[in-house]
Each structure stands twice: as structure tokens, then as C-alpha cells.
Design a protein around this ligand. Structure first.
Ligand SMILES: [Zn+2]
Length: 145
């Protein structure tokens, strides 16, 4: 199994082996910068590529910089991303820079949590989710198909 990690240095999408990641840091295939399994902020173009190649569920926090509840949601989302890092890929997407994404997925409010699994949208809900709820949804998303 591999995890999709966007290189913080050159912005290339990498497929990092999960077993390898557990013991050492992986390096970017293009620029060999160290890859860490942190959440990256990505564009909708990049996200579409990730959805096409991901093995794990892809969990997206669609947010806006002006949105108060988004700021509350961020630390919670990051905690769940850390706890479930071997079970899903987590990303953030700024809706202000990605208008086509918002219309494509009918996003009416922020934050919105979206989950893609095996190239399909399996979850799409606006509003702040509580931590337990988000964990459960992520775990369940891999069983949906
Ligand atoms: Zn790189």
C-alpha cells in the first residue's frame, strides 16, 4: 500500500510506501527532498490526479481563509489525519482559489469534508464534524465500495 504525498519542495505528487514511511522518511522521486506525511494544501488539479492514483481513501477539508468555523476545524482535522495516517490520505483545499472544485462538488458552505475512494466521491458534508465522527467516517469510507 502506498500513500500519496505532495512534495513540500517541488510540489510533485509522490507515492510513498506505507511500510517504509513507518520506519524512515521517504524522499521525493523528483528532487529528493524529504517527504513527511503532513497535510498539504493542494489545488483541485492536483487533487484530481491524486484521486485517480490513490489506494487509500482521500479525505479533503475544503475551507476558506475568511471562515471562522474552518479555523476551529483545522486542528481537529490535523489530529485525525495524524491518528489515521496509515489508513487515508488527508489534504486541504482552499475553495477561494479553486472555484471549479466548489461548483463541481456542489459545495455550499465551508468547511466541507469530502472523501474519495477508488476514484469515487463517497462522502460530502458541510459543517464542522466532531473528532469521533470524522474518525468513524474515514474508517467506514474504505468499506463503502
Ligand atoms: Zn520534490
Amino acid at each position: 500500500m502506498y500513500k500519496m504525498i505532495v512534495c513540500p519542495h517541488c510540489n510533485t505528487i509522490n507515492k510513498a510506501n506505507l511500510e517504509k514511511l513507518a520506519t524512515t522518511d521517504a524522499n521525493c522521486g523528483k528532487c529528493s527532498a524529504q517527504l513527511r506525511a503532513n497535510i498539504t494544501d493542494i489545488s483541485s488539479d492536483k487533487l484530481q490526479k491524486i484521486i485517480q492514483h490513490a489506494q487509500l481513501p482521500v479525505v479533503v477539508d475544503a475551507y476558506a481563509s475568511w471562515c471562522g468555523p474552518c479555523k476551529m476545524y483545522t486542528p481537529l482535522f490535523e489530529q485525525v489525519a495524524q491518528e489515521l495516517k496509515t489508513q487515508a490520505d488527508f489534504f486541504k483545499l482552499n475553495t477561494e482559489n479553486n472555484h471549479s472544485f466548489s461548483s463541481q462538488y456542489n459545495i455550499r458552505g465551508v468547511p466541507t469534508t469530502l472523501i474519495f475512494y477508488q476514484k469515487k466521491l463517497v462522502f460530502n458534508q458541510s459543517g464542522v464534524l466532531d473528532k469521533k465522527n470524522l474518525q468513524q467516517i474515514v474508517i467506514d469510507s474504505a468499506k463503502k465500495i
